[in-house]
Design a binder for this molecule. Structure first.
Ligand code: HEC
Length: 82
């Protein structure tokens, strides 16, 4: 019987977790299941912060890095055309 109050607390925490999970939308609820972002959108979301929107290595985070982000527009030229 000494542990009874903890049981109630556990149930309350569990209920709060379920309520929060139900309240926050998941990717599946906001996007159609066959959604595939374009390469342009993925670049803007994942790469442009460093490489810049024009891919020249001048994104907003570039100045904070020890090694400057590469200019991706000269990638093939710098790698023997491949
Ligand atoms: C946190 C900053 C950052 C992000 C975000 C980032 N990069 Fe980079 N990237 C760099 C830096 C810095 C280098 C240069 C590394 C080096 O020279 O050692 C680099 C190098 C590269 C290179 C090699 C270029 C070369 O000259 O050989 C490619 C390709 C590249 N990044 C593509 C991407 C792509 C695609 C994304 C997104 C999916 C991306 N990067 C996201 C910082 C970033």
């Amino acid at each position: 019987m000494r542990h009874a109050p903890y049981g109630g607390l556990l149930v309350a925490v569990f209920a709060i977790c379920i309520a929060r999970a139900a309240a926050s939308p998941t990717v599946d609820e906001t996007l159609p299941p066959n959604y595939v972002p374009s390469g342009k959108l993925m670049y803007q979301q994942h790469c442009a912060t460093c490489h810049g929107i024009d891919s020249k290595g001048t994104g907003p985070l570039a100045s904070l890095l020890k090694t400057p982000p590469s200019d991706l527009t000269s990638l093939a030229r710098r790698h023997s055309g491949t």
